[in-house]
Design a protein. Structure first.
Lengths: 244, 791
């Protein structure tokens, strides 16, 4: 199904996919993770991807972020076909444009909060100072702590700082609150909301939590490798009002 | 410093134990290479400098009595740059405090000025003064061994007269870097001395006024030594020349070359063992690191780090370890090289020692170390760069244990054995990584092999000595006469105090020729059925003397390119100088020296003389030995006395001194390898199986039981490695004996069970201690944290 009828003509398109298919070879069986997905994500949009495990949402996010390549179909970022890029091109794309946030934070355990952010700012063209990124996520006072000295919520906030420090055009979040309690989860979502609003970063969030869909511009429901439902919110609920 | 470098440093800090263990192994390889190459270049430099500065000759020859006016004709031989004639005589020397008579080599020094060739370096005291005919300078080693200083006196039997000689100084000479008395197999500084006296004194003593009996030549660069020797032999022949020979056949230089050869062998064999093991260790350690950090690698790639940047990071980690190893190896090698060169300087008589720390030596050793070790890790580093970022983001799937996953045989076999689950776990773990298990096993096997193949030298030398002294040369004392004597001398000799049995021998200098090979040797005539000095075959069975054929030692046969049945041209360089062609009747195995034998009867016939003797082998009653020596010292007709027992003791002392130090290095090195291999294998196994082991603890297994699962694997691999290492050690020893085959010495391939036992014990000890260090970490296993950690 297409979503082009909902596109505002005045807003530029961030991502566009055409018939994206992904097939994994797992031993002797083929796993169809995506079966022809067509989607357009607008610049500055806050979109939520939902669906049961194995419905293909993480696969799509990986492909959009240049971590993986579709088996068939095309993916465009702005006007560039990223599905046609080689490994080196994808590396440059990720380096310049994409910020990732993962469920298990995936901080480098041997680096402090600040150093984890530096890891990214050092290879970016126009990053913010690591301290500034950490202040944005209210972690300004814990910059010299190692991941093992931080709580789960704090680690995720560092991960957010790490993702936004390079001022990416898109922020891709794979279950950012999955490992957090609800209060901490809401704090993280507030930060994502603020980044989206203040920096205009296109944000895609995978979640199992249907409550989160209320704060998005759009909610996309996945099932069996396809988008099965799309919901557009006319009014977005602020993150702080969410509960689960 | 960039964040990624900081991560690198902290990773390194976390795995410092493993890093140090690997660096140690690399250090071992680099150190042996630096030591060997550094010692080789130092010795070569020192030798060259000494030879040049003190004008060591290229050609040497002796005659009975040649007129001095022959000297200009010798100097006119094309290619000759410089000549030096002199008077040389072997005499019996009586040193106070030494029971047995010592052997002395008298050499004349020109009365006016320095000798043109074979100059000496006076170390203590002063030079000879003209007009003082009893003054003598002795070689430093002899003086030191006998506590002789300037002012002391020694007595010598010079031309039948007993003379008191006053020592005025001590000296070193390029001719006696390795001071060994003629016919002996090992140097004995107490019982062999070089005595330099004035030409005038020796001319008078030996009635050689305006004559000489020894000449040395230095050659021009373009001269052909063989041609010069041939012309020299022609000139000296009428005057009893015994054949010229070149520096290559000079015993001191030959020993020095043989020693250098041994060092080159060490440089070829040892470093590859170390570096091979280090390469393997780096490979498994970095592979494991990449495995545990796959998520971090995924993150870095997700944020835009390129494959090259990530590969470079891990390569830097490898290089950091390798560099640490290389630098420690350099330091250790320089220190050991310095020590070794010092040992050599002590052993050889060099007046100075140039320990050259040639940058090229360090560069070569460093480059070899880096290439070998980094090469080993390249595999693992490439795996890091090849991880697809999306795949890297997912946790690794559980390890597949099954019938199709490698080590198939063991995995099929194991489930059917009635064994405890813990044993089954450890067996399956070995079978799951057959290549790694095999390499771990091989690493320890190399440690055992290193010890076996280095400690075997003791066994080989013992065997060599045993073969020489107990099986072929079984006499207690050998004497030589100043002149050949008639057979009747046997009655005189047998009547000496304490002599239980005596056998005569006749020795004449000959040149043997076979094809284009030629060799100067002493042809020894021995009696049929001689029991003291006899010939035995490889199985220790006495070899019957062929009635008219020659018996050659295998090394001489090889030098001449001859075998049993070959015919050899024999040119006698004494008496009427007959020339005859003789068949080779037999070739015997002797490990030391090159020798040719003939029955004494056949030699008498060859010489066209009445039966004569050059000396006698004696079996002596030890209780009356002292009296025998006293009598021998006073017998003018005896030129030399050699005592087997003291020779053997001296040799043992030398071996213990030089090889004892080497042996402890090897024990250290083998331990370093064993520790490196076991520590890394243990830590890897622990990191892979922490969850598994913690789960067992939660299920109620004791610390001992989980230690069994972890360390049982290492114990089993060690057990497999021990016999493998012994076999490998035997192989390396076989290679060494085959390679180390100089004309002076060959090594028998003999390894005693005790050597195998000791080698295995060292490795078992190193393995046990290291395993216990790893096991201590089991006690610190945080059960809850391990189980909570994400799979």
């Amino acid at each position: 199904m297409t979503t082009s009828d909902q596109t505002d003509a005045t807003t530029a398109i961030s991502f566009r996919t055409v018939g994206v298919t992904k097939v994994y070879q797992r031993g002797e069986t083929e796993v169809h993770a995506l079966r022809g997905v067509d989607i357009e994500i607008l610049d500055g949009e806050f979109a939520v991807l939902m669906g049961p495990s194995g419905s293909g949402k993480s696969t799509l996010l990986n492909i959009l972020g240049g971590l993986d390549r579709p088996t068939a179909g095309a993916v465009f970022f702005r006007d560039r076909e990223i599905s046609a890029l080689d490994a080196k091109g994808l590396t440059i794309f990720r380096r310049a444009s994409v910020g990732f946030i993962f469920q298990f934070y995936n901080l480098i355990p041997s680096l402090t909060a600040c150093e984890n952010v530096q890891l990214v700012t050092e290879i970016s063209r126009d990053p913010m100072a690591p301290e500034e990124a950490l202040r944005l996520v209210d972690m300004g006072d814990r910059i010299d702590h190692f991941p093992s000295q931080l709580s789960g919520g704090e680690q995720q906030r560092v991960a957010v700082a790490r993702a936004i420090a390079k001022r990416p055009e898109v922020l891709l979040c794979d279950e950012p609150t999955g490992a957090l309690d609800s209060a901490t989860g809401i704090t993280v979502m507030e930060i994502l909301e603020r980044v989206n609003a203040e920096l205009g970063t296109t944000t895609l969030v995978i979640t199992h939590n249907s409550g989160i869909a209320d704060m998005a511009d759009r909610g996309l429901a996945f099932g069996d490798g396809r988008i099965v439902d799309t919901r557009t919110n006319t009014t977005k609920r602020p993150a702080r009002e969410l509960a689960w | 410093m960039t964040a990624i470098n900081r991560k690198l440093l902290r990773d390194l800090g976390r795995m410092r134990g493993q890093a140090v263990a690997i660096a140690l192994v690399i250090a071992g390889g680099v150190a042996t290479l630096v030591t060997a190459l550094g010692t080789i270049s130092s010795l070569e430099d020192t030798r060259t400098a000494f030879y040049q500065r003190y004008r060591f000759a290229h050609i040497f020859a002796r005659a009975r009595r040649a007129p001095q006016h022959l000297a200009p004709r010798i100097a006119d031989i094309p290619g000759v740059m410089r000549t030096q004639t002199r008077i040389a005589h072997d005499v019996l020397v009586d040193v106070a405090g030494l029971a047995e008579p010592a052997r002395g080599r008298l050499l004349s020094l020109p009365t006016d000025g320095r000798p043109a060739l074979n100059d000496i370096v006076v170390r203590t005291g002063r030079g000879l003064r003209t007009g003082h005919v009893d003054e003598v300078i002795v070689n430093v080693r002899f003086a030191e061994a006998n506590d002789l200083v300037a002012g002391d006196t020694v007595s010598a039997n010079i031309n039948g007269k007993r003379r008191r000689l006053r020592i005025v100084g001590t000296a070193l000479s390029p001719e006696f870097v390795y001071a060994i008395s003629p016919g002996e197999v090992v140097p004995d500084n107490r019982r062999f001395g070089v005595l330099w006296m004035s030409r005038t004194a020796l001319e008078a003593a030996f009635d050689l006024k305006s004559a000489f009996n020894d000449v040395s030549l230095a050659l021009r660069r373009d001269a052909v030594a063989e041609d010069v020797v041939a012309r020299l032999d022609d000139l000296l022949e009428p005057f009893g020349g015994t054949g010229g020979y070149s520096r290559r056949e000079h015993v001191s230089d030959a020993f020095l070359r043989s020693e250098l050869e041994q060092l080159r062998l060490m440089a070829r064999v040892l470093p590859p063992i170390f570096l091979g093991v280090a390469a393997f260790l780096l490979n498994i350690v970095v592979a494991r690191l990449v495995e545990t950090e796959r998520e971090q690698i995924g993150i870095l790639k997700a944020f835009g780090y390129s494959n090259a940047a990530i590969g470079w990071t891990y390569l830097k980690l490898v290089l950091a370890i390798v560099l640490a190893g290389v630098v420690s190896g350099w330091i250790l090698g320089a220190w050991m090289g310095h020590g070794m060169t010092g040992l050599y300087a002590d052993y050889f008589g060099f007046p100075f020692l140039r320990y050259t720390m040639a940058p090229s030596v360090f560069a070569i050793a460093g480059a070899v170390g880096i290439l070998a070790a980094a090469g080993g890790a390249l595999f693992a580093v490439r795996r890091a760069t090849r991880l697809a970022p999306a795949v890297a983001m997912q946790p690794p799937p559980p390890t597949i244990y099954g019938r199709s996953s490698g080590g198939g045989f063991l995995q099929t076999f194991v489930p059917q054995m009635r064994i405890r689950p813990a044993t089954r776990m450890l067996l399956r773990h070995i079978a799951r990584w057959p290549a790694r298990s095999l390499l771990t096993c091989a690493g320890m096997a190399f440690a055992v092999a290193l010890l076996v193949s280095s400690l075997f030298f003791f066994d080989a030398i013992d065997e060599m000595m045993d073969a020489f002294f107990s099986r072929t040369q079984r006499q207690d004392v050998t004497i030589s006469f100043t002149e050949p004597r008639s057979e009747n001398v046997l009655y005189e000799v047998a009547a000496l105090p304490g002599v239980l049995a005596a056998e005569l021998y006749r020795a004449v200098p000959v040149r043997l020729r076979h094809g284009h090979h030629s060799r100067l040797v002493a042809l020894t005539g021995i009696d049929e059925g001689a029991d003291l000095s006899r010939l035995v075959d490889v199985h220790d069975a006495p070899v019957a003397l062929p009635p008219a054929g020659l018996v050659l030692t295998s090394s001489l046969a090889k030098l001449l390119g001859a075998g049993a049945g070959s015919t050899i041209d024999v040119e006698v360089l004494e008496g009427s100088r007959p020339t005859r062609t003789l068949p080779v009747g037999a070739v015997v195995e002797e490990f030391v020296g090159t020798a040719a034998y003939l029955s004494r009867g056949a030699l008498t016939e060859l010489m066209r003389e009445s039966p004569a003797a050059s000396g006698a082998h004696l079996l002596v009653d030890p209780l009356t030995q002292r009296r025998l020596f006293q009598q021998l010292k006073a017998t003018p007709l005896v030129q030399s006395v050699s005592v087997q027992g003291t020779t053997l003791a001296t040799f043992r002392a030398i071996v213990d001194e030089t090889m004892g130090a080497m042996a402890s290095f090897y024990v250290l090195f083998a331990s370093m390898i064993a520790i490196g291999v076991v520590y890394n294998a243990g830590r890897l196994s622990l990191s892979e199986r922490a969850r598994e082991l913690a789960s067992l603890r939660v299920l109620g297994f004791t610390l001992g039981e989980i230690a069994y699962v972890l360390l049982g694997e290492l114990a089993l691999l060690t057990l497999l490695a021990l016999p493998l290492g012994c076999l490998l050690g035997y192989g390396i020893a076989a290679y060494l004996t085959a390679s180390f085959d100089t004309e002076l010495m060959r090594l028998p391939l003999v390894i005693l069970p005790a050597t195998y036992g000791y080698s295995m014990l060292v490795v078992i000890a190193a393995t046990t201690v290291t395993s216990l260090v790893v096991a201590r970490r089991l006690a610190r296993l945080d059960l809850v944290a391990v189980l909570k950690a994400r799979e």
